[in-house]
Design a protein. Structure first.
Length: 257
């Protein structure tokens, strides 16, 4: 049975992002316990992070050589994957704070991440840009909801409004149905516009480069195959000539001599 490889690269980067998000959510809830809408937003992100953590836990356990020894630290990961549905399990959130250290340890030292980022710069840059794009939507939504909830007659009042606004802003679509009215919310909007333009430009350039490189590799592969087939045909022709000369009887003067 083929052994499953441990997660690495882009997946590790994604788990590291969710770990940072959980730490941010934990600190925000501690500092602003009365921001109900923002906390509902963070709770949604917290539940999504639990799904990623549980998937990561199962993947690493399945790929571990010694599955019993894996649980020496795996039990912390298991507690970190418990969603905080109510206050009775809020203690589980404390373990999620340690998740960021567990993820860094799971990267098998910083050299592994350096190898990933400098081994294939195109792939690593695309993964980083995609993670930053997704993270900007979440963080921008939280920030604008925080500022707007303190203003009067806000257009952005719920977590869904914040997500919708963040997506339309970072993609520079801007439907105009939701918009920030506070100074802090507008500053967040300005930052997200610039972030969106930059990240989408980077991803577009990298995607174009990847497609061109893939096409070039395919053409090179086709050329190499054509050259190999030409050589095979030449070898077959030469072999046929050798067989024909071997089967041809000697001339009469050669037999007389």
């Amino acid at each position: 049975m083929k052994r499953i490889k441990e997660p690495s690269g882009a997946w590790d980067l994604l788990i590291l992002f969710w770990s940072a998000f959980v730490v941010f959510a934990f600190i925000y809830e501690w500092l602003n316990p009365d921001q109900t809408e923002v906390l509902a937003f963070l709770q949604w992100g917290d539940d999504v992070s639990c799904a990623f953590f549980l998937t990561d836990l199962i993947w690493r356990w399945w790929a571990a050589e010694n599955k019993l020894r894996f649980w020496k630290w795996g039990w912390i990961d298991l507690l970190a994957s418990i969603p905080a549905f109510d206050s009775s399990v809020r203690l589980a959130r404390l373990f999620r704070v340690f998740r960021i250290f567990r993820v860094v340890r799971a990267l098998r030292s910083g050299a592994r991440m350096v190898q990933y980022f400098f081994g294939d710069k195109q792939q690593s840059t695309m993964a980083l840009a995609a993670t930053l794009l997704f993270g900007s939507v979440l963080m921008g939504g939280v920030a604008v909801l925080h500022f707007e909830s303190q203003g009067e007659h806000p257009s952005i009042q719920t977590a869904f409004d914040a997500i919708w606004w963040a997506v339309t802003t970072i993609t520079t679509v801007g439907y105009g149905d939701t918009y920030p009215v506070s100074q802090g919310g507008r500053n967040v909007g300005l930052a997200m516009m610039f972030v969106g333009i930059t990240l989408f430009s980077i991803n577009s350039a990298l995607l174009s480069s990847w497609l061109i490189n893939s096409l070039n590799r395919r053409k090179k592969h086709e050329v190499d195959n054509a050259e190999i087939m030409d050589e095979v045909r030449a070898l077959r022709a030469e072999l046929a000539q050798l067989r024909e000369s071997a089967q041809t009887p000697p001339a009469k003067d050669e037999q007389a001599s």
